[in-house]
Design a protein around this ligand. Structure first.
Ligand SMILES: Nc1nc2c(ncn2[C@@H]2O[C@H](COP(=O)(O)OP(=O)(O)OP(=O)(O)O)[C@@H](O)[C@H]2O)c(=O)[nH]1
Ligand SMILES: [Mg+2]
Length: 406
């Protein structure tokens, strides 16, 4: 049996899908669940759904049978029925038993988690053969233990979110076929990776820097700014999936010397609870970051959760084995506060100037505060990147080391 089927005709006229968003506020949870659910809603919108209502319940721990309590699930079921809701979106991964019970309570509604949405968005945005193969592999591994879902019959009729393969295809739900497909895709990826390996090996000896960071923070905008290229920039999550590498010239700190040529790469953004299997599947795309001399960690300082986002990024960097790599931090989007006198950065309770001071004192990583869209402080950014690269390679600013150039 073939795993990926061509989309049926009706799915070209895509029906709008309505969603309810469901979360649990755990006792002692530092961040209010609403901030997590804002992100879940953004994921839902990015994958093409319209969120209609939020359901939040305060609990010591998620209910083992139905995630939220019995009364709450009945309330949700009632709402879904009367408002013809297509999907119930949960911020956490559900156990197979929870999925079964919830599906029984919501027989006409797809039960999906944030992982489904992330996989869907990745599937929509994958462009190259490598990205498509990586996403399909991740989807197949994710689907394998979840084939019992009742809603698969709904989705097979309806298609849509949670059932999209990369490109114009839908995911098959047959276990044996899925297993075969997983081994085929793994083989295909190994082959693609081998080619990438030789390409990257030829870049040895050059200065390499990689833009990393949470999704939608402005990595591609910074890439375009530094390289005058036109990588896709969008106010959407995961606009970039494939890594792009550009050679850029940065002024040498010693004006008498030739510019420093650097290979700069832009790659996939990270997100809270990025599924491990996705990180695993994307390791070859992330190898630009893994093999870089310097990581340029871009942070969206206009997002109140930026510190939690930085932690998520750090976790993912450790997961791919580059937690200890030299790093500089770009605090981007400082313009988002421009007209406010008394603004506070995130939840630190400090204004921007105080924050700059405290950050520089607190952290060892060099930091720079910029606006990529307003082009504020870009020279400072260029300078800090060059200084760090020279420092990492143990080259003093004034010596006559032969700097690679075009
Ligand atoms: N206000 C403001 N917006 C910015 C700035 N830099 C980028 N943006 C906007 O932020 C959004 C995301 O920018 P991207 O460059 O696509 O972000 P990214 O990190 O590459 O995102 P993904 O590839 O989706 O992970 C776009 O709408 C940009 O115009 C900035 O300095 N200030
Ligand atoms: Mg991008």
């Amino acid at each position: 049996m073939v795993i990926l089927k061509q989309k049926t005709l009706h799915s070209n006229h895509k029906k709008i899908e309505y969603a309810v968003i469901i979360g649990v506020q755990l006792q002692g949870q530092a961040i209010h669940i609403n901030e997590y659910l804002d992100e879940l809603e953004q994921l839902a919108r990015t994958s093409g759904a319209i969120p209609k209502k939020r359901f939040i319940q305060n609990l010591d721990h998620p209910h083992p049978k139905t995630y939220v309590g019995k009364g709450k699930i009945e309330e949700i079921a009632e709402y879904c029925k009367s408002h013809e809701i297509d999907m119930a979106l949960f911020d956490d991964e559900l156990s197979p038993a929870q999925v079964r019970n919830i599906e029984n309570a919501l027989p006409e509604t797809k039960v999906l988690s944030r992982t489904h949405l992330i996989l869907d968005i990745f599937a929509n945005n994958a462009r190259t053969g490598q990205a498509k193969t990586q996403v399909e592999l991740a989807q197949s591994i994710f689907m394998l233990p979840r084939l019992t879902g009742l809603w698969t019959h709904l989705s097979k009729q309806k298609g849509g979110i949670g059932m999209k393969g990369p490109g114009e295809t839908e995911i098959e739900t047959d276990r044996r076929a899925l297993r075969n497909r997983i081994s085929l895709l793994s083989e295909k990826l190994k082959h693609i990776e081998k080619i990438g390996l030789t390409q990257r090996a030829s870049r040895k000896g050059e200065f390499r820097a990689a833009l990393v960071g949470y999704t939608n923070v402005g990595k591609s905008t910074v890439m375009n700014l530094l390289s005058r290229s036109d990588v896709l920039v969008e106010n959407k999550l995961f606009a970039t999936l494939d890594s792009t590498v550009r050679k850029i010239a940065l002024p040498h700190p010693n004006e008498m010397k030739a510019p420093v040529m650097v290979l700069l790469s832009d790659t996939v953004g990270f997100i809270r609870k990025l599924p491990t299997l996705l990180v695993e599947s994307f390791k070859s795309t992330l190898s630009e970051a893994i093999e870089a001399d310097l990581l340029i960690h871009v942070v969206d300082i206009s997002n109140p959760n930026f510190e939690a986002q930085m932690l998520s990024v750090k976790e993912t960097l450790y997961a791919i084995g580059c937690g200890h790599k030299p790093e500089i931090i770009i605090f981007n989007k400082i313009d988002a506060y421009r007209d406010t006198d008394e603004f506070f950065v995130g939840q630190t309770g400090l204004n921007l100037e105080q924050f700059e001071q405290s950050w520089i004192m607190k952290e060892n990583a060099p930091a720079v505060f910029i606006s990529a869209t307003e082009r504020n402080n870009i020279d400072a950014l260029r300078k800090i990147v060059v200084e760090q690269l020279l420092h990492i390679k143990g080259i003093s600013v004034d010596n006559d080391y032969e700097i690679p150039y075009e």
